[in-house]
Design a protein around this ligand. Structure first.
Ligand code: NOJ
Length: 732
C-alpha cells in the first residue's frame, strides 16, 4: 500500500480538530529577555521554589465555600514572601489572593499562579462534561469556559485544572463523568473549545485564566476500570485514540498540561520521558508548563520506582515535569540532586522558564493583584444561570419515547428522593458552587414550567421502595415521572464501580408504576452510562439527565414539558451489563465479526450484542427521514451529503453523523469511527440537504509511530447513531 498522506499532514488534522491556530504571544522576544534577566538573578533555592505548588495556607476546611473572610496563617504568608512556592492550589478568595500576590512580589518579585479545579463549575454550576458532550455543541463549551473563567477570577484563581480530555470508554471508571465520552474526535473538539473559552485570545486581558489539559495520557484506560490502575496499550492506540485530544489542546494554545497518576506500559506518566518530553514537547511542540497531579511525584515512591527526595524529584524533572503539586520532593531534594549531578541546573532553568513564561502570559508581573469587585460588576450572573439551564436542557438525551413526552397529561405524579434534592443536580466537581439554592430541583422546575405536579418521595435511589405510596401517587395522576440512576457521589475521582446496574430496589419502582397502568416517564440521573435494560424495556419514556448542574432541575423540566426540544445524543454506549465494559462503538474488527444467531462469531452468551443505546443515539420530539445519501472525494476533502426531512409534526433538530471504516489496512481498524457531524433544525415537513466535509487527512492511522492515510476502499455511514445508517463506499 502506498502512503498518500504522511506525518506532516497531522498538523492539518490537528488544526482541524482545534478549530484555531496556536496562541501567539505578541512580545515573545521581550518576554524571553525578561525571563533571562530574572533567572540570572535567582538563587537555586528561589528557582526551586518556582517549581513547587502547595495546597497549604488554607485556614479552614479546604472545600468551604466563602473564602472572603478567611485569615491567612502568618507563617504561610512568610513562606510565600520567602519565595518557597511558585504556585498555590485552591481558592482562598480574592482578598487573600491580593495579600498573597503582594507578599510574593515583596519577596523575590515573582507573582503566584493560583490554580483550582473549575471543571464544570465555579459560582455557577453547569452539567458535568459527560452530559455537556451530549449536546454536540462546541460553542456551548466555549461559552461555559468563558463564564467559568470570569467567575474564577472573582475567587482569586488565575488557573484551572481543566479541561479533562481523557477518552473514556469504560463505564466502570468513575471519572468518565469528567470526560467527553469515548470518542477522540469529539473529545478533541470539545476540549479545544473549552480551552478557547477559558483562555480567550489574550490570557492577560483580565477576563480569562490559564487552562490545563489533563490527564496526560490514557488515564481513561485503567485495567478493570479501576482508578489509578495501570494502563497497558499499544503505541498505535495511544497515538490514534488517547493523544489526539492533547494534540488539539496544544494546537489551541493550552497553557499547561497535567501528567496522569498511572503507569503507562510500566512507567509512571509522572516520570515518563517518552510521553512528557519526546511526544509532548518534541512531537507536539508544547511550549507551556507541566504540573504534576496531586502528590504524583511522591507516588513515584509508592510505584516502587524511586526513593523519596532527590531521586523522585530528579526522575520527574528530568522526564519533563516542571512543577510538583502538593508533595515536597522538589523542595526537599532538587538542590541535593543538583549537587550530586543527577539534575543539571540547566534542566531546572528550563522548567523555571516554563513557569515564568506562563506568569508573563497571564500579565501577572504587570498586574499581580485583581480588583474582584470591579470584575464582579461586569458579570451577568442571571445570564450565567440561564446558560446553565440551557446547557442542562441541551445535555439531556431522550433515550426512549413511546409518545408520552412532552408531558401533555394534566396531572403528573413525581416520584423519588432525588427530585427534590438540589445538591444532587450538580456534579462531581461542583463543590464550589455558590448559586445552589433549594429551588434548583426537578420539582421546582416542573412547577416553574406550569405543570400540575404532586410529589411523593416513595423511595431513595439506594434504599427501600414504598410500593403502597407509589400506588397512591399513581392513582391520582395521568402520568408518572419517576427518578432513577445514582447519586453524584458515586461517580468522579476514585469512584470506580464494579456494578453499573441501577442500585437499590429501583426496578421495583418500575413494576409498581406499571402495575398502576399509568405511563412511566423515567428520568435518569448520574455521572456514568448505566446498565438499564429492564428500564429500557418497560418505561414508556426515558430521559438521561446525567448530573445536570445548578440549574439542572429546571433544564430537565424544560425538556420534559417540551419548553426545550431534546437535543442531546450519547457520546458513550449504554451496555446491558457491567460485564461488557469497556463497551464502545469504535471497537476494532475481529476475525469473527458478530452475526446475530451465528454461534461462532464474537458475542456474549447472556446479553444481546448491540448496546441498549449506542453512541450517537438520541431522539427528538419529531422524527427524521434520511434519503439520497451520497459521498464524493473532492481533492483533500471527502464530502458526505444527505437529504434530511422532518417527518413529524413538531420542529426539531437532528444531529447527522458521519462514520467511516478503512476496509483493507495494515492493522485491524475500528469498525466505525466518527469523522464529522452537523446539526440541522427543521420545521415540520421541511427537507434540507446536509453536507459534511471530512478532511482526507483525518482518515489515517498509525503504524510504527507514523500516521498515514492510505489509498483504497472505505465504507461510510451517514446516520443518526453509530449502529444504523445505509452503507456507502468511497475510494481514496
Ligand atoms: C487530583 C485529580 O486527579 C486532578 O484532576 C485534580 O486536578 C487534582 N487532584 C487537583 O485537585
Amino acid at each position: 500500500m502506498k502512503t498518500i498522506v504522511n506525518v506532516g499532514m497531522v498538523a492539518v488534522w490537528v488544526a482541524c480538530l482545534a478549530g484555531r491556530g496556536a496562541f501567539a504571544a505578541p512580545s515573545e522576544m521581550a518576554v524571553e529577555r525578561r525571563i533571562d534577566e530574572l533567572i540570572a538573578r535567582l538563587t537555586l533555592e528561589e528557582k526551586i521554589g518556582q517549581l513547587c505548588q502547595t495546597n497549604g495556607g488554607q485556614s479552614t476546611e479546604a472545600m468551604s465555600m466563602d473564602k472572603s473572610t478567611e485569615v491567612l496563617d502568618p507563617a504561610f504568608l512568610a513562606d510565600v514572601r520567602a519565595g518557597k512556592y511558585g504556585s498555590l492550589l485552591g481558592q482562598r478568595g480574592a482578598r487573600n489572593y491580593n495579600i498573597l500576590q503582594e507578599a510574593a512580589m515583596a519577596g523575590c518579585g515573582i507573582p503566584l499562579l493560583v490554580g483550582h479545579d473549575m471543571i464544570h463549575s465555579c459560582r455557577t454550576c453547569y452539567p458535568i462534561p459527560l452530559a455537556l458532550a451530549c449536546a454536540f455543541d462546541e460553542e456551548l463549551w466555549e461559552r461555559i469556559g468563558a463564564a467559568i473563567a470570569i467567575e474564577s477570577l472573582t475567587q482569586g484563581c488565575n488557573w484551572t485544572f481543566a479541561p479533562m480530555i481523557d477518552v473514556a470508554r469504560d463505564a466502570r471508571w468513575g471519572r468518565i463523568a469528567e470526560s467527553a465520552g469515548s470518542d477522540p474526535f469529539l473529545t478533541s473538539r470539545f476540549g479545544a473549545a473549552m480551552i478557547r473559552g477559558l483562555q480567550g485570545d489574550d490570557l492577560a486581558d483580565g477576563r480569562h485564566i490559564a487552562a490545563c489539559a489533563k490527564h496526560y495520557v490514557a488515564y481513561g484506560a485503567p485495567m478493570g476500570g479501576r482508578d489509578y490502575n495501570a494502563v497497558e496499550l499499544s503505541d498505535a492506540t495511544l497515538r490514534d485514540v488517547y493523544l489526539p485530544p492533547f494534540r488539539a489542546a496544544v494546537a489551541a494554545g493550552v497553557a499547561t498540561v497535567m501528567p496522569a497518576f498511572h503507569s503507562y506500559n510500566d512507567v509512571p506518566c509522572s516520570m515518563n520521558k517518552y510521553l512528557l518530553t519526546d511526544i509532548l514537547r518534541g512531537e507536539m511542540g508544547f511550549t507551556g508548563m507541566t504540573i504534576s497531579d496531586w502528590a504524583a511525584v511522591g507516588e513515584l515512591v509508592r510505584h516502587g520506582v524511586a526513593t523519596p527526595g532527590a531521586d523522585a524529584a530528579a526522575k520527574a524533572l528530568n522526564a519533563g515535569m516542571d512543577m510538583e503539586m502538593v508533595t515536597t520532593h522538589f523542595a526537599d531534594g532538587l538542590a541535593e540532586a543538583v549537587a550530586k549531578g543527577t539534575v543539571s541546573e540547566a534542566t531546572i532553568d528550563a522548567a523555571v522558564r516554563n513557569v515564568l513564561r506562563l506568569k508573563f502570559r497571564l500579565g501577572l508581573f504587570d498586574r499581580p493583584t485583581l480588583d474582584a469587585a470591579a470584575i464582579e460588576r461586569t458579570i451577568d450572573f442571571a445570564a450565567h444561570r440561564a446558560l446553565a439551564r440551557e446547557a442542562a436542557a441541551k445535555s439531556c438525551v431522550l433515550l426512549k419515547n413511546d409518545g408520552v413526552l412532552p408531558l401533555a397529561a394534566p396531572r403528573v405524579a413525581l416520584l423519588g428522593d432525588i427530585a427534590t434534592n438540589a445538591w444532587q443536580m450538580q456534579g462531581t466537581w461542583s463543590t464550589f458552587d455558590f448559586s445552589n439554592t433549594t429551588n434548583d430541583t426537578l420539582l421546582a422546575g416542573l412547577v416553574a414550567d406550569g405543570v400540575d405536579v404532586a410529589y411523593t418521595e416513595a423511595y431513595t435511589l439506594t434504599g427501600r421502595v414504598d410500593c403502597a405510596a407509589i400506588a397512591r401517587a399513581c392513582a391520582g395522576a395521568d402520568v408518572v415521572v419517576a427518578c432513577f440512576g445514582d447519586y453524584l457521589e458515586k461517580s468522579g475521582e476514585n469512584n470506580a464501580s464494579a456494578r453499573i446496574e441501577l442500585p437499590g430496589e429501583q426496578l421495583k419502582v418500575v413494576d409498581a408504576v406499571k402495575a398502576s397502568g399509568k405511563p412511566l416517564v423515567a428520568v435518569v440521573f448520574g455521572g456514568r452510562p448505566l446498565a438499564l435494560p429492564e428500564l429500557a424495556e418497560k418505561a414508556d419514556a426515558i430521559v438521561m439527565a446525567w448530573n445536570p448542574g445548578g440549574a439542572g432541575g429546571w433544564g430537565v423540566a424544560d425538556v420534559l414539558t417540551g419548553a426545550a426540544e431534546p437535543y442531546g445524543r450519547l457520546t458513550t454506549d449504554f451496555p446491558h451489563a457491567t460485564g461488557e465494559c469497556p463497551k464502545f462503538y469504535s471497537r476494532t474488527t475481529t476475525g469473527r465479526p458478530h452475526v446475530p444467531g451465528e454461534r461462532w462469531t464474537t458475542r456474549y452468551n447472556d446479553v444481546p450484542f448491540k448496546s441498549v443505546y449506542p453512541f450517537g443515539h438520541g431522539l427528538a420530539y419529531t422524527t427524521f427521514r434520511y434519503a439520497n445519501e451520497a459521498v464524493a472525494v473532492e481533492g483533500a476533502m471527502v464530502v458526505f451529503s444527505v437529504d434530511v426531512t422532518n417527518a413529524g409534526r413538531r420542529k426539531g433538530s437532528e444531529l447527522v453523523q458521519v462514520y467511516t471504516h478503512d476496509v483493507l489496512a495494515r492493522t485491524v481498524r475500528p469498525r466505525r469511527e466518527l469523522k464529522g457531524y452537523q446539526r440541522v433544525e427543521l420545521a415540520p415537513g421541511e427537507t434540507r440537504r446536509v453536507e459534511i466535509r471530512v478532511p482526507v487527512a483525518t482518515l489515517g492511522y498509525t503504524v510504527d509511530k507514523i500516521y498515514r492515510v492510505e489509498p483504497g476502499d472505505f465504507e461510510a455511514w451517514i446516520a443518526p447513531d453509530s449502529d444504523s445508517g445505509k452503507r456507502l463506499t468511497f475510494t481514496l
